[in-house]
Write a protein that binds this ligand. Structure first.
Ligand code: PHE
Length: 450
Protein backbone atom coordinates (compact mmCIF):
# COMPACT_ATOMS: atom_id res chain seq x y z
CA UNK A 1 0.00 0.00 0.00
CA UNK A 2 1.47 3.32 -0.99
CA UNK A 3 1.14 6.29 1.27
CA UNK A 4 1.92 9.79 0.24
CA UNK A 5 4.65 11.32 2.26
CA UNK A 6 5.11 15.00 2.41
CA UNK A 7 6.86 17.09 4.98
CA UNK A 8 5.91 19.95 7.19
CA UNK A 9 6.46 23.26 5.53
CA UNK A 10 7.79 25.23 8.44
CA UNK A 11 9.68 24.60 11.62
CA UNK A 12 6.79 25.91 13.58
CA UNK A 13 4.45 23.49 11.81
CA UNK A 14 6.53 20.60 13.09
CA UNK A 15 6.45 21.80 16.63
CA UNK A 16 2.77 22.71 16.42
CA UNK A 17 1.82 19.22 15.26
CA UNK A 18 3.88 17.42 17.88
CA UNK A 19 2.75 19.86 20.56
CA UNK A 20 -0.85 19.49 19.36
CA UNK A 21 -0.61 15.79 20.06
CA UNK A 22 1.10 16.25 23.40
CA UNK A 23 -1.08 19.06 24.72
CA UNK A 24 -4.56 17.81 25.42
CA UNK A 25 -6.77 16.47 28.13
CA UNK A 26 -3.66 14.99 29.72
CA UNK A 27 -2.50 18.43 30.78
CA UNK A 28 -5.71 20.06 31.85
CA UNK A 29 -7.88 17.15 32.92
CA UNK A 30 -5.54 14.34 33.92
CA UNK A 31 -2.53 16.07 35.45
CA UNK A 32 -4.48 17.94 38.16
CA UNK A 33 -6.56 14.93 39.03
CA UNK A 34 -3.76 12.42 39.46
CA UNK A 35 -1.56 15.01 41.18
CA UNK A 36 -4.51 15.54 43.53
CA UNK A 37 -4.87 11.82 44.16
CA UNK A 38 -1.16 11.46 44.88
CA UNK A 39 -0.72 14.23 47.39
CA UNK A 40 0.17 17.21 45.13
CA UNK A 41 3.71 18.59 45.50
CA UNK A 42 5.61 15.37 45.86
CA UNK A 43 3.91 13.93 42.78
CA UNK A 44 4.88 17.07 40.88
CA UNK A 45 8.57 16.63 41.72
CA UNK A 46 8.71 12.97 40.70
CA UNK A 47 6.77 13.75 37.53
CA UNK A 48 9.12 16.59 36.56
CA UNK A 49 12.18 14.42 37.14
CA UNK A 50 10.68 11.72 34.93
CA UNK A 51 9.89 14.21 32.17
CA UNK A 52 13.45 15.49 32.22
CA UNK A 53 15.42 12.27 32.57
CA UNK A 54 13.14 9.80 30.80
CA UNK A 55 10.53 11.72 28.77
CA UNK A 56 12.86 13.98 26.81
CA UNK A 57 15.41 11.25 25.94
CA UNK A 58 12.62 8.88 24.86
CA UNK A 59 11.07 11.64 22.76
CA UNK A 60 14.43 12.29 21.11
CA UNK A 61 14.70 8.55 20.48
CA UNK A 62 11.30 8.45 18.78
CA UNK A 63 12.34 11.43 16.65
CA UNK A 64 15.63 9.77 15.68
CA UNK A 65 13.95 6.52 14.64
CA UNK A 66 11.04 8.20 12.83
CA UNK A 67 13.10 10.63 10.82
CA UNK A 68 15.77 8.10 9.97
CA UNK A 69 13.31 5.47 8.76
CA UNK A 70 10.73 7.81 7.21
CA UNK A 71 8.01 5.36 8.19
CA UNK A 72 5.33 4.79 10.77
CA UNK A 73 6.15 2.67 13.77
CA UNK A 74 5.81 -0.73 12.03
CA UNK A 75 7.63 0.14 8.86
CA UNK A 76 10.30 1.94 10.85
CA UNK A 77 11.53 -1.11 12.69
CA UNK A 78 11.32 -3.21 9.56
CA UNK A 79 13.45 -0.64 7.79
CA UNK A 80 16.04 -0.35 10.53
CA UNK A 81 16.48 -3.97 11.66
CA UNK A 82 16.13 -7.51 10.39
CA UNK A 83 14.84 -8.78 13.66
CA UNK A 84 11.08 -9.22 14.03
CA UNK A 85 11.29 -8.63 17.76
CA UNK A 86 10.90 -4.85 17.62
CA UNK A 87 7.50 -5.21 16.03
CA UNK A 88 6.29 -5.63 19.56
CA UNK A 89 6.64 -1.87 20.07
CA UNK A 90 4.12 -1.35 17.28
CA UNK A 91 1.79 -4.04 18.56
CA UNK A 92 1.79 -2.61 22.08
CA UNK A 93 1.38 0.86 20.57
CA UNK A 94 -1.76 -0.15 18.67
CA UNK A 95 -3.19 -1.68 21.84
CA UNK A 96 -2.34 1.42 23.84
CA UNK A 97 -3.89 3.67 21.20
CA UNK A 98 -7.06 1.61 21.24
CA UNK A 99 -7.36 1.73 25.03
CA UNK A 100 -6.43 5.39 25.38
CA UNK A 101 -8.79 6.65 22.74
CA UNK A 102 -11.60 4.67 24.37
CA UNK A 103 -11.52 6.64 27.60
CA UNK A 104 -10.23 9.80 25.94
CA UNK A 105 -13.50 9.93 24.02
CA UNK A 106 -15.42 9.73 27.28
CA UNK A 107 -13.67 12.77 28.72
CA UNK A 108 -13.78 14.66 25.42
CA UNK A 109 -17.53 14.00 25.48
CA UNK A 110 -17.74 15.53 28.95
CA UNK A 111 -15.92 18.57 27.57
CA UNK A 112 -18.52 18.96 24.85
CA UNK A 113 -21.35 18.64 27.34
CA UNK A 114 -19.72 21.33 29.46
CA UNK A 115 -19.41 23.50 26.40
CA UNK A 116 -23.18 23.25 25.97
CA UNK A 117 -23.71 23.96 29.67
CA UNK A 118 -21.49 27.02 29.31
CA UNK A 119 -23.40 28.25 26.27
CA UNK A 120 -26.74 27.81 28.05
CA UNK A 121 -25.31 29.66 31.07
CA UNK A 122 -26.05 26.69 33.30
CA UNK A 123 -23.31 27.31 35.85
CA UNK A 124 -24.52 30.69 36.99
CA UNK A 125 -26.18 30.87 40.35
CA UNK A 126 -24.99 27.41 41.36
CA UNK A 127 -22.69 26.88 44.30
CA UNK A 128 -19.75 24.48 44.30
CA UNK A 129 -21.81 21.64 45.63
CA UNK A 130 -24.50 22.06 43.00
CA UNK A 131 -21.92 22.09 40.22
CA UNK A 132 -20.48 18.86 41.59
CA UNK A 133 -23.98 17.45 41.50
CA UNK A 134 -24.44 18.65 37.93
CA UNK A 135 -21.31 16.81 36.87
CA UNK A 136 -22.13 13.54 38.58
CA UNK A 137 -25.73 13.46 37.39
CA UNK A 138 -24.56 14.04 33.84
CA UNK A 139 -21.52 11.75 33.78
CA UNK A 140 -23.35 8.89 35.45
CA UNK A 141 -26.18 9.02 32.95
CA UNK A 142 -26.64 6.40 30.29
CA UNK A 143 -27.41 8.51 27.20
CA UNK A 144 -25.99 12.00 27.07
CA UNK A 145 -22.34 11.16 27.74
CA UNK A 146 -22.54 8.35 25.21
CA UNK A 147 -24.02 10.62 22.56
CA UNK A 148 -21.32 13.25 23.05
CA UNK A 149 -18.65 10.58 22.91
CA UNK A 150 -20.00 9.29 19.61
CA UNK A 151 -20.07 12.81 18.19
CA UNK A 152 -16.48 13.41 19.27
CA UNK A 153 -15.29 10.12 17.77
CA UNK A 154 -17.11 10.89 14.52
CA UNK A 155 -15.38 14.28 14.26
CA UNK A 156 -12.01 12.65 14.97
CA UNK A 157 -12.62 10.05 12.26
CA UNK A 158 -13.80 12.64 9.74
CA UNK A 159 -10.64 14.66 10.24
CA UNK A 160 -8.44 11.61 9.82
CA UNK A 161 -10.31 10.56 6.66
CA UNK A 162 -10.48 14.03 5.19
CA UNK A 163 -6.77 14.57 5.62
CA UNK A 164 -7.52 18.08 6.84
CA UNK A 165 -5.29 17.81 9.84
CA UNK A 166 -2.87 20.28 8.37
CA UNK A 167 -5.73 22.73 8.41
CA UNK A 168 -6.44 21.92 12.01
CA UNK A 169 -2.82 22.25 12.89
CA UNK A 170 -2.75 25.67 11.30
CA UNK A 171 -5.44 26.80 13.71
CA UNK A 172 -3.71 25.07 16.60
CA UNK A 173 -1.02 27.71 16.41
CA UNK A 174 -3.57 30.39 17.19
CA UNK A 175 -5.94 28.44 19.38
CA UNK A 176 -3.48 26.92 21.83
CA UNK A 177 -1.90 30.26 22.76
CA UNK A 178 -5.45 31.53 23.28
CA UNK A 179 -6.14 28.60 25.61
CA UNK A 180 -3.03 29.56 27.56
CA UNK A 181 -4.27 33.14 27.88
CA UNK A 182 -7.59 31.96 29.30
CA UNK A 183 -5.88 29.63 31.75
CA UNK A 184 -3.62 32.50 32.85
CA UNK A 185 -6.70 34.59 33.51
CA UNK A 186 -8.11 31.72 35.59
CA UNK A 187 -4.77 31.46 37.40
CA UNK A 188 -4.82 35.08 38.43
CA UNK A 189 -8.36 34.79 39.73
CA UNK A 190 -7.69 31.48 41.46
CA UNK A 191 -4.59 32.56 43.35
CA UNK A 192 -6.32 35.67 44.62
CA UNK A 193 -9.23 33.66 46.05
CA UNK A 194 -9.55 33.65 49.81
CA UNK A 195 -8.06 30.36 50.95
CA UNK A 196 -6.38 29.85 47.58
CA UNK A 197 -2.87 29.89 49.08
CA UNK A 198 -3.59 26.52 50.61
CA UNK A 199 -4.01 25.13 47.09
CA UNK A 200 -0.66 26.48 45.97
CA UNK A 201 0.97 24.94 49.02
CA UNK A 202 -0.69 21.64 48.14
CA UNK A 203 0.74 21.78 44.62
CA UNK A 204 4.21 23.11 45.39
CA UNK A 205 5.05 21.99 48.93
CA UNK A 206 6.06 18.36 48.79
CA UNK A 207 4.98 16.12 51.60
CA UNK A 208 7.44 13.26 51.27
CA UNK A 209 5.39 10.97 53.46
CA UNK A 210 3.08 10.64 50.46
CA UNK A 211 5.73 8.81 48.39
CA UNK A 212 4.45 5.38 47.40
CA UNK A 213 4.93 2.78 44.66
CA UNK A 214 1.60 3.91 43.20
CA UNK A 215 2.88 7.49 43.03
CA UNK A 216 5.97 6.45 41.07
CA UNK A 217 3.98 4.36 38.63
CA UNK A 218 1.36 7.07 38.18
CA UNK A 219 4.01 9.74 37.64
CA UNK A 220 5.90 7.63 35.11
CA UNK A 221 2.71 6.65 33.29
CA UNK A 222 1.57 10.24 33.19
CA UNK A 223 4.92 11.48 31.90
CA UNK A 224 4.47 9.14 28.93
CA UNK A 225 0.79 9.89 28.48
CA UNK A 226 1.12 13.65 28.54
CA UNK A 227 4.03 13.70 26.10
CA UNK A 228 2.31 11.20 23.74
CA UNK A 229 5.28 8.87 24.14
CA UNK A 230 5.85 5.15 23.93
CA UNK A 231 3.46 4.17 21.17
CA UNK A 232 4.97 5.66 18.06
CA UNK A 233 2.85 8.80 17.66
CA UNK A 234 5.83 11.11 17.71
CA UNK A 235 7.85 8.61 15.69
CA UNK A 236 5.27 8.89 12.93
CA UNK A 237 5.28 12.70 13.13
CA UNK A 238 9.06 12.72 13.00
CA UNK A 239 8.95 10.73 9.78
CA UNK A 240 7.61 13.95 8.24
CA UNK A 241 10.25 16.21 9.79
CA UNK A 242 12.60 18.05 7.50
CA UNK A 243 16.32 17.45 7.34
CA UNK A 244 17.07 20.62 9.25
CA UNK A 245 14.63 20.10 12.12
CA UNK A 246 16.67 20.16 15.29
CA UNK A 247 15.54 17.04 17.14
CA UNK A 248 16.97 18.02 20.51
CA UNK A 249 15.52 21.51 20.67
CA UNK A 250 12.19 20.33 19.29
CA UNK A 251 11.94 17.71 22.05
CA UNK A 252 12.81 20.23 24.70
CA UNK A 253 10.31 22.80 23.35
CA UNK A 254 7.47 20.29 23.17
CA UNK A 255 8.17 18.96 26.66
CA UNK A 256 8.43 22.47 28.05
CA UNK A 257 5.23 23.72 26.45
CA UNK A 258 3.42 20.62 27.68
CA UNK A 259 4.72 20.95 31.23
CA UNK A 260 3.97 24.66 31.44
CA UNK A 261 0.35 24.11 30.43
CA UNK A 262 -0.06 21.34 33.00
CA UNK A 263 1.40 23.59 35.70
CA UNK A 264 -0.82 26.49 34.71
CA UNK A 265 -3.84 24.19 34.88
CA UNK A 266 -2.78 23.06 38.34
CA UNK A 267 -2.32 26.66 39.48
CA UNK A 268 -5.90 27.41 38.40
CA UNK A 269 -7.43 24.32 39.91
CA UNK A 270 -5.91 23.69 43.34
CA UNK A 271 -6.47 27.15 44.83
CA UNK A 272 -10.10 26.87 43.72
CA UNK A 273 -10.40 23.39 45.20
CA UNK A 274 -9.33 24.71 48.60
CA UNK A 275 -11.22 27.99 48.36
CA UNK A 276 -14.48 26.21 47.56
CA UNK A 277 -13.76 23.33 49.93
CA UNK A 278 -14.06 20.63 47.33
CA UNK A 279 -11.85 17.57 47.36
CA UNK A 280 -8.37 17.54 45.68
CA UNK A 281 -8.66 13.76 45.25
CA UNK A 282 -12.07 14.05 43.59
CA UNK A 283 -10.88 11.91 40.68
CA UNK A 284 -11.65 12.32 36.98
CA UNK A 285 -14.35 14.95 37.56
CA UNK A 286 -11.95 17.38 39.28
CA UNK A 287 -11.56 19.94 36.48
CA UNK A 288 -15.19 19.89 35.55
CA UNK A 289 -16.27 20.39 39.13
CA UNK A 290 -13.74 23.08 39.94
CA UNK A 291 -13.40 25.46 37.01
CA UNK A 292 -17.06 26.47 36.58
CA UNK A 293 -16.84 27.95 40.09
CA UNK A 294 -14.11 30.32 38.94
CA UNK A 295 -15.93 31.30 35.77
CA UNK A 296 -18.79 32.45 37.91
CA UNK A 297 -16.52 34.91 39.68
CA UNK A 298 -14.61 36.53 36.86
CA UNK A 299 -15.71 39.44 34.69
CA UNK A 300 -16.68 38.02 31.30
CA UNK A 301 -16.97 34.56 32.85
CA UNK A 302 -19.78 33.57 30.50
CA UNK A 303 -17.77 34.17 27.36
CA UNK A 304 -14.57 32.76 28.84
CA UNK A 305 -16.25 29.57 29.97
CA UNK A 306 -17.51 28.97 26.44
CA UNK A 307 -14.11 29.70 24.96
CA UNK A 308 -12.37 27.52 27.51
CA UNK A 309 -14.43 24.39 26.91
CA UNK A 310 -14.37 24.97 23.18
CA UNK A 311 -10.58 25.22 23.14
CA UNK A 312 -10.26 22.25 25.46
CA UNK A 313 -12.31 20.22 22.99
CA UNK A 314 -10.03 21.39 20.17
CA UNK A 315 -6.96 20.44 22.24
CA UNK A 316 -8.52 17.03 22.79
CA UNK A 317 -9.14 16.73 19.07
CA UNK A 318 -5.55 17.43 18.01
CA UNK A 319 -4.51 14.66 20.40
CA UNK A 320 -7.23 12.21 19.47
CA UNK A 321 -6.43 12.40 15.76
CA UNK A 322 -2.83 11.50 16.54
CA UNK A 323 -4.00 8.50 18.57
CA UNK A 324 -6.43 7.25 15.93
CA UNK A 325 -3.71 7.62 13.32
CA UNK A 326 -1.65 4.88 15.03
CA UNK A 327 -4.43 2.34 14.61
CA UNK A 328 -5.28 3.52 11.09
CA UNK A 329 -1.64 3.37 9.99
CA UNK A 330 -1.46 -0.18 11.32
CA UNK A 331 -4.57 -1.34 9.49
CA UNK A 332 -3.87 0.45 6.25
CA UNK A 333 -0.16 -0.24 5.97
CA UNK A 334 0.12 -3.63 7.61
CA UNK A 335 -3.22 -5.18 6.80
CA UNK A 336 -3.69 -3.58 3.40
CA UNK A 337 -7.06 -1.98 4.12
CA UNK A 338 -7.86 1.37 2.49
CA UNK A 339 -7.36 4.39 4.73
CA UNK A 340 -11.03 5.33 4.74
CA UNK A 341 -12.13 1.80 5.60
CA UNK A 342 -9.41 1.49 8.20
CA UNK A 343 -10.49 4.75 9.83
CA UNK A 344 -14.15 3.77 9.95
CA UNK A 345 -13.29 0.34 11.28
CA UNK A 346 -10.89 1.59 13.93
CA UNK A 347 -13.09 4.48 15.05
CA UNK A 348 -16.16 2.24 15.31
CA UNK A 349 -14.40 -0.46 17.29
CA UNK A 350 -12.87 2.14 19.61
CA UNK A 351 -16.24 3.80 20.07
CA UNK A 352 -17.75 0.49 21.22
CA UNK A 353 -15.06 0.03 23.89
CA UNK A 354 -15.31 3.72 24.60
CA UNK A 355 -19.02 3.49 25.34
CA UNK A 356 -18.21 0.81 27.90
CA UNK A 357 -15.76 3.24 29.51
CA UNK A 358 -18.40 5.93 29.60
CA UNK A 359 -20.99 3.61 31.10
CA UNK A 360 -18.49 2.37 33.67
CA UNK A 361 -18.79 5.74 35.41
CA UNK A 362 -22.52 5.25 35.95
CA UNK A 363 -24.65 2.23 35.06
CA UNK A 364 -21.69 -0.20 34.94
CA UNK A 365 -19.82 1.21 37.91
CA UNK A 366 -20.21 -1.99 39.90
CA UNK A 367 -18.47 -4.01 37.26
CA UNK A 368 -14.89 -4.09 38.51
CA UNK A 369 -11.79 -5.89 37.26
CA UNK A 370 -8.88 -5.98 39.75
CA UNK A 371 -10.85 -3.37 41.67
CA UNK A 372 -10.96 -0.92 38.73
CA UNK A 373 -13.90 0.06 36.57
CA UNK A 374 -13.42 -0.27 32.81
CA UNK A 375 -12.44 3.37 32.39
CA UNK A 376 -9.75 3.16 35.06
CA UNK A 377 -8.54 -0.22 33.93
CA UNK A 378 -7.93 0.82 30.32
CA UNK A 379 -6.18 3.96 31.52
CA UNK A 380 -3.92 2.05 33.92
CA UNK A 381 -3.03 -0.71 31.48
CA UNK A 382 -2.24 1.72 28.67
CA UNK A 383 -0.61 4.60 30.55
CA UNK A 384 1.13 2.75 33.33
CA UNK A 385 2.17 -0.44 31.53
CA UNK A 386 2.07 -0.29 27.73
CA UNK A 387 3.47 3.22 27.21
CA UNK A 388 6.41 2.92 29.65
CA UNK A 389 7.29 -0.54 28.29
CA UNK A 390 7.16 0.83 24.75
CA UNK A 391 9.35 3.74 25.85
CA UNK A 392 11.81 1.37 27.49
CA UNK A 393 12.18 -0.65 24.29
CA UNK A 394 12.47 2.50 22.17
CA UNK A 395 15.30 3.82 24.30
CA UNK A 396 17.01 0.42 24.31
CA UNK A 397 16.73 0.35 20.53
CA UNK A 398 18.41 3.71 20.12
CA UNK A 399 20.93 3.08 22.90
CA UNK A 400 22.01 -0.43 22.03
CA UNK A 401 20.78 -1.43 18.62
CA UNK A 402 21.19 1.58 16.36
CA UNK A 403 24.62 2.42 15.10
CA UNK A 404 26.07 5.24 17.11
CA UNK A 405 27.02 7.22 14.02
CA UNK A 406 23.38 7.19 12.86
CA UNK A 407 22.28 8.55 16.20
CA UNK A 408 24.93 11.26 15.95
CA UNK A 409 23.99 12.04 12.34
CA UNK A 410 20.33 12.46 13.24
CA UNK A 411 20.94 14.55 16.34
CA UNK A 412 23.45 16.77 14.58
CA UNK A 413 21.56 16.95 11.27
CA UNK A 414 24.59 15.41 9.59
CA UNK A 415 27.05 17.68 11.25
CA UNK A 416 25.11 20.92 10.85
CA UNK A 417 24.17 21.50 14.48
CA UNK A 418 26.18 20.99 17.60
CA UNK A 419 25.09 18.20 19.92
CA UNK A 420 25.15 19.41 23.52
CA UNK A 421 26.41 16.11 24.90
CA UNK A 422 26.19 12.86 23.07
CA UNK A 423 27.64 11.10 26.10
CA UNK A 424 24.87 12.32 28.33
CA UNK A 425 22.23 11.33 25.77
CA UNK A 426 23.73 7.87 25.31
CA UNK A 427 23.95 7.40 29.06
CA UNK A 428 20.28 8.32 29.43
CA UNK A 429 18.98 6.03 26.68
CA UNK A 430 21.33 3.14 27.34
CA UNK A 431 21.14 2.99 31.09
CA UNK A 432 19.14 5.51 33.01
CA UNK A 433 15.81 5.48 31.16
CA UNK A 434 15.45 1.71 30.70
CA UNK A 435 16.70 0.87 34.18
CA UNK A 436 14.53 3.50 35.84
CA UNK A 437 11.43 2.28 34.00
CA UNK A 438 12.21 -1.31 34.94
CA UNK A 439 12.81 -0.34 38.54
CA UNK A 440 9.53 1.59 38.81
CA UNK A 441 7.73 -1.51 37.53
CA UNK A 442 9.30 -3.90 39.99
CA UNK A 443 8.66 -1.43 42.75
CA UNK A 444 5.06 -0.99 41.62
CA UNK A 445 4.23 -4.65 41.63
CA UNK A 446 5.90 -5.02 45.00
CA UNK A 447 8.94 -7.10 44.01
CA UNK A 448 11.34 -4.54 45.41
CA UNK A 449 10.75 -2.17 48.27
CA UNK A 450 12.50 1.08 49.14
N1 PHE B 1 -0.67 13.53 25.17
C1 PHE B 1 -2.07 13.59 25.02
C2 PHE B 1 -2.67 14.42 26.14
O1 PHE B 1 -1.98 14.83 27.01
C3 PHE B 1 -2.70 12.21 25.02
C4 PHE B 1 -2.00 11.23 24.15
C5 PHE B 1 -1.45 10.09 24.69
C6 PHE B 1 -1.86 11.48 22.78
C7 PHE B 1 -0.75 9.20 23.91
C8 PHE B 1 -1.16 10.58 21.98
C9 PHE B 1 -0.59 9.45 22.55
O2 PHE B 1 -3.84 14.67 26.18
Amino acid sequence: MKTERDSFSSKFGVIAAAAGSAIGLGNIWKFPYIAGENGGGVFLIVYLVFILLIGIPVMMSEFIIGRKAHKNVFGAFRELTNSGFWKIIGVMGVMAAFFILSFYGTVAGWTMEFLILAITDSFSGRDAHEIEQLFSTFSEGAYKPVIFQIIFMAITALIVIGGIRKGIEKYTKILMPLLIVIILYLDITAVSLKGGGEGLRFLFNPDFSKLSPKLFIDALGHAFFTLSLGMGVLMTYASYFQKDTNLTSTSVSVAMADTIIALLAGIAIFPAVFAFSTEPAAGPGLVFITLPNIFELIPGGYVFSILFFLLLAVAALTSSISILEVVVAYLSEEKDISRTKATILAASAITVTGVLCTLSIGPLSDFLIFGFNIFELLDKVASNILLPLGGMLISIFVGWKMKRHIVIDELSNYGKVRIASIHLFMFLVRYLAPIAIFFVFLHGIGIIKI
